[in-house]
Design a protein around this ligand. Structure first.
Ligand code: ADP
Ligand code: MG
Length: 572
């Protein structure tokens, strides 16, 4: 053909493609969600474009997966939901992520703006942006395809910079189909440069912190999950070891240094909280989990506090902080290490000696209980078996929720590596288990052991279908004592209903797993439990072990029964 005239053709792109391109450009390769209107095609197309899109049975569990993915990777975990009800289901997880300082983005489709704002009764009508705002760190809505790049960039930066948290991104149905020319579309995308910039502490704050630390006779370091999140593992360990100061790990900071480390004061928790004179918090808040820094558990000796946190407003939130050190933990700890010099005097031997003695006594007292072979099993016998498994497989990830199952497992199961213990977090949420286990397996590829109270498991139990569907190396152990706290409560009215805290007797959770093609095991002894869990960890096959626990074992609300109001008037 002689005619070489170029024909003007505009190549188009649309909201679907721009969203996928924007996420991929920012190295986001995994999403957790539940398909439905208006995001079904978006999920399909993202999967088609090579993203990992994991479909759940309930948005809340997908949200918990996204939240913990953020914690494990320092990239925002993405949860994808439909409008109104799906959005609301995901919102609990978004609030949970924000409360725990985990970076997460909840992306929800929404109904037609014009109809929602005039309240004309659209399909799943809801002003989602307004509802999300108070429950997260930031909330954005994108109305035009050309703003998708900026919208995603803002969401990512808001989630991971400073104190990490949850971000809501509202995407009205119409946006997905909006078209624009592909070249301008590509240009509109934003690659977020240095999404969580280092925050270097002021030199005078570093000097002040070291002055206070030097003055201590009975110093204590408390490591929180912020320290684990920071992935400054080597420097944190170097700092603790160079200082010689005993440390206490908060629940999810267990394993940041191995629980068997000679400086671990874990088993002497009550003693060190009471007796310490200078306490340095690293990525841990002085919230209810530390009794707000006051009261009986802290004793009556005067104390000074040093706090490392990225969020300046965290300082003095509960007690006066004598030496606030604001910055990212990696930068703060390396600044401390540098300024400590080579002649840092270790804490007085009477202090460290007193702690070691207490640790030894407590560990020795616990040891025989962990080897008991009682039938039905009690918490100690069953957890003693699991403790050995984690000791032999320190790379495995332990997910843990429940009341007694949580409290006992936290103190009994030693952790050896950072970010291997994932649990209920700051709120103490029941129901995080399966979402957390799924994301842990997906993000790390490591075997996951989920130790679940029977009640806690119930909140997300249907997700074992998800575990089987994706053939994930997750072994769920349900501590089945037939109820919440215990299985023995009675209805004091004498009426036909069982007590409010009681479940079906002798329930067979193992059969649920079998229903989806996984391995179900019924275990009544620590040996059977051990064998089943080891086999699961070895094979990587989805497994659920129904561990029969004495229905009398367990106490009301586990270790936080004191938070439970009780009537003094009408006790029957
Ligand atoms: P825990 O429950 O283990 O005590 P918290 O969730 O109470 O831990 O505290 C975590 C703290 O860590 C939060 O105050 C948060 O601002 C802080 N944090 C999170 N990431 C970082 C980081 N990279 N650098 C400094 N502080 C951080
Ligand atoms: Mg129970």
């Amino acid at each position: 053909m002689a005619d070489t005239e170029t024909q003007e053709t505009t190549v188009l792109t649309d909201g679907f493609h721009l969203l996928i391109d924007a996420l991929k450009l920012n190295d986001i390769d995994t999403m957790y969600g539940v398909p439905g209107i208006p995001i079904t095609d978006f999920g399909r197309m993202a999967q088609g474009a090579g993203m990992r899109v994991l479909s759940f049975r309930h948005e809340q569990n997908a949200g918990y997966a996204a939240a913990i993915a953020g914690y494990l990777t320092k990239k925002p975990g993405i949860c994808l939901t439909v409008s109104a009800p799906g959005f609301l289901n995901g919102l609990t997880a978004l609030a949970h992520a924000t409360t725990n300082c985990f970076p997460m983005i909840l992306i929800s489709g929404s109904s037609e703006r014009e109809i929602v704002d005039l309240q004309q009764g659209d399909y799943e009508e809801m002003d989602q942006l307004a509802i999300a705002k108070p429950l997260c760190k930031a909330a954005y809505r994108v109305l035009h395809a050309e703003d998708i790049g900026i919208g995603i960039a803002r969401a990512i930066r808001a989630a991971v910079s400073g104190r990490p948290g949850g971000v809501y991104l509202d995407l009205p149905a119409k946006l997905f189909g909006q078209t624009m020319d592909a070249e301008s579309g590509a240009k509109s995308l934003v690659k977020v440069i240095d999404p969580a910039p280092r925050q270097i502490p002021a030199p005078e704050s570093v000097a002040r912190a070291l002055e206070v630390l030097k003055s201590a006779k009975r110093p204590l370091v408390i490591l929180g999950k912020g320290a684990a999140y920071a992935q400054a593992d080597d420097d944190i360990r170097a700092f603790v070891e160079k200082s010689g100061i005993p440390y206490l790990p908060m629940s999810m900071a267990k394993g940041l240094l191995p629980d068997t480390h000679p400086q671990s004061a874990g088993p002497a928790r009550s003693l060190v909280l009471k007796e310490s004179d200078v306490v340095m918090l690293i990525g841990a808040r002085m919230n209810w989990l530390l009794s707000h820094g006051k009261g009986k558990s802290w004793g009556d000796k005067p104390k000074k506090f040093i706090q490392i946190d990225i969020e300046p407003r965290e300082m003095d939130s509960n007690v006066e902080i004598a030496a606030p050190l604001v910055g990212d933990i990696g930068s703060c700890v390396s600044a401390l290490l540098e300024s400590m010099g080579d002649n840092w005097a270790p804490p007085p031997a009477d202090w460290t000696g007193m702690i070691s003695e207490k640790v030894e006594t407590n560990v020795a007292r616990m040891a025989p209980r962990l080897q008991n072979n009682n039938i039905p099993m009690d918490y100690h016998g069953a957890l003693g078996a699991l403790r050995t498994i984690i000791k032999e497989r320190p790379e495995a990830i332990l997910v843990n929720e429940g009341a007694n199952t949580l409290d006992f497992a936290r103190s009994i199961i030693d952790m050896y590596q950072p970010r291997k213990r994932l649990d209920v977090g700051t709120w103490g949420v029941m129901g995080v288990g399966m979402g957390t286990a799924i994301a842990a397996a997906v993000e790390t590829g490591k075997p996951v052991l989920a130790v679940e109270g029977d009640s806690a498991f119930g909140f997300s139990g249907m997700e074992i279908e998800t575990i089987c569907r994706y053939n994930l190396p997750v072994c769920v152990v349900v501590f089945n004592n037939g109820g919440i706290y215990r299985g023995t409560d009675v209805n004091t009215s004498g009426g036909p209903d069982v007590a409010t805290t009681v479940f079906v007797k002798d329930a067979r959770y193992d059969k649920m797993m079998e229903a989806f093609g996984g391995v179900g095991v019924y275990a009544t002894t620590p040996d059977e439990l051990s064998r089943a869990v080891n086999a699961a960890m070895e094979s990587g096959q989805p497994t659920l072990v129904n561990a029969v626990i004495d229905e009398n074992a367990g106490t009301e609300s586990g270790r936080i029964g004191n938070l439970n109001p009780q009537s003094v008037v009408s006790k029957k």
